[in-house]
Ligand binder design. Structure first.
Ligand code: AMP
Ligand code: MG
Length: 489
């Protein structure tokens, strides 16, 4: 009989990034930690990756998920990249993350496996290369919630504590997150080589990225323009998805924008309760650069930085390159609007399209903003027919809006139950509400994982309101302080 210790976990590493030239990365092993302990392990994800969850229950699973041991076939390295942080270009690189390699899933997908918080690298600058348990649990919780919402995202396979403190404003328990991603290629990866004037490496990176994420473009006449167009389209769709569920990324620097179109780098992110486009959670975002409603504009700004970085290799003829890149960049706004209004239509149960739909949706948002109505609760509890929404007792503006909406629903052939189903697929019943997340993380750092596990269970089925905890279903009680979230933890 096979014991857990001898079961083959099922890794199939094929590390194409490690085979790229030296300028792309630095080989570096994780720094061993004192007392590894597995805190969370994502069995469904492991299964979907073709891994055997039973192989990760043995005594050494925690050693692997802190980097004390290295999975067979892994080739640990830190990736080089740059990034515009709050508008300023800086040389960065993985300062506390170590890429173990690329695992091939049974479906033939290539999946980066990365340890975050695994110790210093040549790109650590003044950082300690470490991460605190709270923020790593936060990334695990929110990335898995995003996945359950149906939003492209990096995934979280495990969190293991290190048994060592990390020193921030106070000593905190240290931890390592094992993250999965289609890749960790960022806008900032291209900016890194563009800033060095290293056109050869830029070309190598573009080839690698095309093969990995845009294989249909490889044989086209202008592959890199094709790639830029696909990246723009994916970001337009992604930001509409974020806004559908009230997500504020919080630190949309160009190093935190992935070419794959996945949401990446969960730092000071949070979800809005009351609808207000100016909502900011990050304690360092003083000017609201990355506020909820700014996200489409910031995505467009970041994509312009990508286009600039790609310019030397975009097109053999420089003037054509600039003209075509500008056309593509200008298309972002229209692409985003298309995704966003399709999203709003679905949130309102509209199957058909009428010219006034945008105004109908905007009027509801304006009412919500004025009344600080809860975004999730309002959409989820909209009911057609005579009964006004429970969130809007006897408000004349809302009642008038509700009558317009009901009349609009009557002009489409779909039944009431079809409308409800459409709405319930696009309006989550539960989101990771900030006050509940904070409480669960605080308890977890005091060794009580029960509240966090409760949230994880709830957020695995976010469109289903049955048996959901009231602290996630309802807006926070009046007077609940808005939690600040912190970067670089
Ligand atoms: P982030 O805000 O997590 O996206 O990180 C921005 C940059 O700072 C990246 O290059 C990180 O690798 C680096 N960084 C963040 N925290 C640390 C740390 N504790 N030690 C070293 N580098 C870090
Ligand atoms: Mg980052």
């Amino acid at each position: 009989m096979m014991t857990d210790e001898t079961r083959p976990p099922g890794w199939r590493f094929d590390n194409t990034y490690a085979r790229l030239p030296q300028a792309f990365h630095s080989r570096v092993n994780p720094t061993p930690v004192a007392a590894p302990r597995l805190v969370l392990f994502n069995r469904p994800l492991a299964q979907s990756l073709g891994l055997d969850p039973a192989a990760f229950t043995g005594a050494d699973a925690a050693a692997y998920f802190t980097g004390n041991q290295i999975f067979p076939g892994a080739e640990p390295l830190a990736q080089a990249y740059a990034g515009h942080q709050y508008g300023n270009l800086t040389r960065l690189g993985d300062g506390r993350a170590i890429l173990l390699g690329e695992h091939l899933t049974p479906a033939g997908q290539r999946f980066d496996i990365q340890l975050k918080g695994a110790g210093p690298t040549p790109y650590s600058r003044r950082g300690d290369g470490r991460a605190a348990l709270g923020p790593m649990l936060r990334e695990y919780l929110i990335s898995e919630a995003m996945h359950a919402f149906g939003i492209p995202t990096t995934r979280s396979l495990a969190v293991a504590s290190t048994g060592e403190p990390v020193y921030r404003e106070q000593p905190l328990p240290g931890a390592v997150l094992t993250r999965g991603a289609a890749s960790h290629i960022r806008v900032g990866t291209f900016e890194y080589f563009a800033a060095l004037g290293d056109t050869d490496s830029l070309r190598v990176l573009a080839d690698h990225t095309l093969r990995r994420h845009f294989p249909d473009r490889v044989e086209s006449e202008h592959p890199i323009l094709g790639m830029l167009e696909d990246v723009i389209e994916r970001q337009a769709s992604l930001i509409a998805h974020w806004m559908r569920v009230g997500f504020v990324h919080g630190v949309m620097n160009t190093d935190n924008m992935a070419l794959s179109g996945e949401t990446i780098d969960y730092g000071p992110c949070a979800f809005i309760d009351a609808y207000d486009p100016a909502t900011v959670f990050s304690s360092i975002d003083h000017h609201g650069r990355y506020a909820f409603g700014q996200q489409p504009g910031i995505a467009a700004w970041n994509l312009a930085r990508l286009a600039e970085a790609l310019l030397p290799i975009l097109h053999p003829e420089p003037n054509s390159a600039i003209a075509r890149a500008n056309e593509l960049l200008e298309s972002f706004s229209e692409r985003f609007q298309r995704h966003w209004f399709a999203t709003l239509r679905a949130k309102l149960g509209l199957f058909t399209a009428e010219p006034e739909d945008a105004v109908l949706a905007e009027d509801l948002l304006a009412w919500m903003h004025q009344h600080r109505a809860d975004y999730t609760h309002t959409f989820r509890n909209l009911r057609p027919a005579a009964a006004p929404s429970p969130t809007a007792p006897a408000d004349a503006t809302f009642t008038a809006w509700h009558q317009r909406w009901t009349a609009r629903l009557a002009r489409q052939p779909q039944s009431g139950s079809e409308v409800t189903q459409l709405m319930n697929r696009h309006n989550p019943a539960v989101i990771p509400r900030n006050h509940a997340v904070e409480a669960a993380l605080t308890a977890a750092t005091e060794n009580n994982l029960a509240p966090l596990e409760r949230l994880l269970t709830a957020l695995a089925t976010p469109y289903d309101e049955t048996n959901q905890p009231t602290e996630l279903l309802n807006p926070p009680p009046p007077g609940t302080p808005v939690c600040r979230t912190f970067c670089g933890t």
